[in-house]
Design a protein around this ligand. Structure first.
Ligand code: NAP
Ligand code: GDD
Length: 396
């Protein structure tokens, strides 16, 4: 996608609902944009200026900006720039704002704590204050992307809307400010501003350095003979993982409710990272077993279901006998965090009862969706390599 524009919108004449999404180029932003466009919304998104195109996830939704009557319009902006955000909101006059933009990587937030507090914490204040200053408090409903990371060192199992917070990273502390400033503006100015406390949700377009995507990419490459080993951090951490496609629907439902409230969105099932690794390899017919403890723990290939493996990996470089016994997972302490969140499991009863929250994807279906997509992607790399082209290996 080429550069975006700064359009004069024509929604009033088109009688459509208008949504503004910050973070539209991210995982959730892309699924939400697709969802809202299908619902007939006029969608606006805020994207950052970057030296390379950063719109891969939404390119399929976009048209030539010179064609009139676009439903999707992008605006250059940044969560750290109040004037820019205020101008965009003034131009767009949104019925709904979905504030998804954030530096969302927990481990990275330990290295960029000041930036995270500005973009993820104060950035939320900038949106709320702009809506207030522009006199849009009665018109514009606001969704704030809150997170299960707020529970951190969990005070209760499972976590509900009333479980006390105990954030364990600069990211979570910034998101805690964003949570409470959203509640405060709702109470102080009678705004329709809501927190969705979403537990981890993943997809084939999940960022490559989050653990699930790191695993499905590596499992695919290892099966194809393009990578030797996957290095991970804490294999014991447990997460409540759902599919991003299911979760963006809830963001919308939260803004369609009769009253503005805060909601836990989760599956109610928790799974260790180690088990996610096992499930990813199992998709390709590879059975893993783990041995050893702590930083000496390794995962090796115990058996291969030849029929399954050969049906998916048609051009494998390794013989199945080469795979048997091979150590393919190891622990590298560089991926440990200064403070860890050991266990997350949400209780979504309130959303189930009051919003009709239902999930299409179970964990196994999520893993399958991600593995199917990554195997295809890595097979493309393999074809390129076989054709004499260079492909890049990305490492954290
Ligand atoms: P993501 O893939 O990392 O996307 C983040 C988006 O924010 C990207 O579009 C990114 O732009 C944009 N962004 C980052 N810093 C910005 C800034 N300073 N100004 C403007 N835009 C900026 O995250 P996600 O998984 O879609 O998550 C969406 C939101 O939900 C985030 O706020 C996240 O913290 C929160 N959340 C996520 C989960 C989850 O499991 N996925 C769970 C709970 C809450 P670039 O594309 O240019 O980087
Ligand atoms: N990223 C990563 N890389 N995580 C690893 C690794 C590794 O190599 N090895 C083990 N883990 C563990 C982490 O220590 C953590 O306990 C767990 O896997 C999940 O890590 P991430 O996938 O990075 O996600 P997260 O839970 O820290 O944060 C995500 O979910 C939050 C909601 O709970 C992000 O999407 C946040 O933005 C979101 O708020």
């Amino acid at each position: 996608m080429a550069n975006s524009q700064s359009p004069i919108t024509n929604h009033q004449s088109r009688n459509k609902k208008v949504a503004l999404i910050t973070g539209i180029t991210g995982q959730d932003g892309s699924y939400l944009a697709e969802f809202l466009l299908k619902k007939g919304y006029e969608v606006h998104g805020v994207k950052r200026r970057t030296s390379l195109f950063n719109t891969d996830r939404i390119d399929h939704l976009y048209h030539d900006p010179h064609i009139k009557g676009l439903d999707l319009t992008l605006h250059f902006g940044d969560m750290t720039d109040s004037m820019n955000l205020t101008r965009i909101i003034q131009e767009v006059q949104p019925d709904e704002i979905y504030n998804l933009a954030a530096m969302s990587h927990v481990a990275v937030s330990f290295e960029t704590p000041e930036y995270v507090s500005n973009a993820d914490g104060t950035g939320t204040l900038r949106i709320l204050e702009a809506v207030k200053l522009l006199g849009l408090t009665k018109k514009t409903r606001i969704y704030q992307a809150s997170t299960s990371e707020l529970y951190g060192k969990v005070q209760e199992v499972p976590q509900t809307e009333t479980t006390p917070f105990y954030p364990r990273s600069p990211y979570a502390v910034a998101k805690m400010y964003a949570y409470w400033i959203t509640v405060n503006y709702r109470e102080a100015y009678d705004m329709f501003a809501c927190n969705g406390i979403l537990f981890n949700h993943e997809s084939p377009v999940r960022g490559e350095t989050f653990v699930t995507r790191k695993i499905t990419r590596a499992a695919s490459k290892i099966a194809l003979g393009l990578q030797d080993k996957l290095y991970l951090g804490n294999l014991d951490a447990k997460r409540d993982w759902g599919h991003a496609k299911d979760y963006v629907k809830m963001m919308w439902l939260i803004l369609q409710a009769d009253e503005p409230e805060d909601w836990v969105i989760a599956t109610g099932v928790t799974t260790p990272v180690r088990e996610f690794v096992r499930m990813a390899f199992a998709y390709a017919g590879v059975e893993l077993e783990f041995k050893g403890e702590g930083i000496d723990e390794v995962g090796y290939i115990k058996s291969v279901n030849e029929e399954r493996f050969s049906s998916l990996i048609t051009n494998h470089k390794l013989q199945i006998t080469d795979l048997l016994g091979k150590e393919v997972v190891a622990v590298d302490p560089r991926y440990f965090r200064p403070t860890e969140v050991d266990l997350l499991i949400g209780d979504p009863s309130k959303a189930e009862q009051k919003l009709g929250w239902e999930r299409e994807y179970k964990l196994e279906e999520l893993v399958n969706d991600m593995m199917q997509s990554d195997l295809k992607l890595m097979t493309k790399d393999q074809y390129l390599q076989d054709g004499g082209y260079k492909t890049m290996n990305y490492f954290e």
